[in-house]
Design a protein around this ligand. Structure first.
Ligand code: ZN
Length: 176
């Protein structure tokens, strides 16, 4: 179903009606104020403009700013699948896409069940342990080589706290 054009059209119509109502209302209030504050007889070269259409310019600006903000929010949190209007808060492909549960490839079009959540969590931990194990091995090899030469602390030093931290985290994850 093509929901996007229908919703967009409805929003534009509502916004237009809102603008018209606001402008009419502002004009009436403005006129009432002019009559009751006694400024209606004031004249000047730009008076007609600033009390007429000119006084509505700020309102158009405010409406435009609100509409832009709403549009940006929708673009940010909307599912990245074309034509989908759900909130996409499931990252896919390492955070490149935010997808709703229906379009996320891991969920197969259904809401994630308890079983699926546990399985994906387990797989995630295993993957992390694997990559950390690989990093650790690479780090050991790096450290073994420059031990003979004396200047190897430069590249090896920043990796040390991260690697040790990673192994303790993986260990804690395996225990629970
Ligand atoms: Zn979606």
């Amino acid at each position: 179903m093509k929901w996007r054009p229908i919703i967009t059209g409805g929003l534009i119509c509502a916004a237009g009606a809102g603008v018209v109502l606001w402008v009419i209302h502002a004009r009436l209030v403005g006129h009432w104020l002019q009559v009751h504050t006694g400024t209606v007889d004031e004249t000047g070269p730009y008076y007609g403009f600033w009390s007429g259409f000119g006084s509505d310019l700020t309102e158009f600006g405010i409406i435009g700013a609100i509409a832009t903000g709403v549009y940006q929010l929708v673009r940010k949190y909307n599912c990245h699948q074309p034509g989908c209007w759900r909130v996409g808060n499931h990252p896919a492909a390492g955070g490149q896409f935010s997808l709703c549960y229906r379009h996320h490839p891991d969920y197969q079009g259904k809401k994630p069940t308890q079983e699926l959540i546990q399985r994906l969590h387990r797989e995630h931990l295993e993957r992390q342990a694997l990559t950390r194990g690989g990093l650790h091995e690479a780090h050991e090899r790096l450290m073994a080589r420059p031990a003979a030469g004396d200047g190897g602390s430069g590249p090896g030093a920043p990796a040390t706290p991260a690697a040790s931290n990673g192994t303790t985290q993986a260990g804690a994850g395996a225990l629970t």
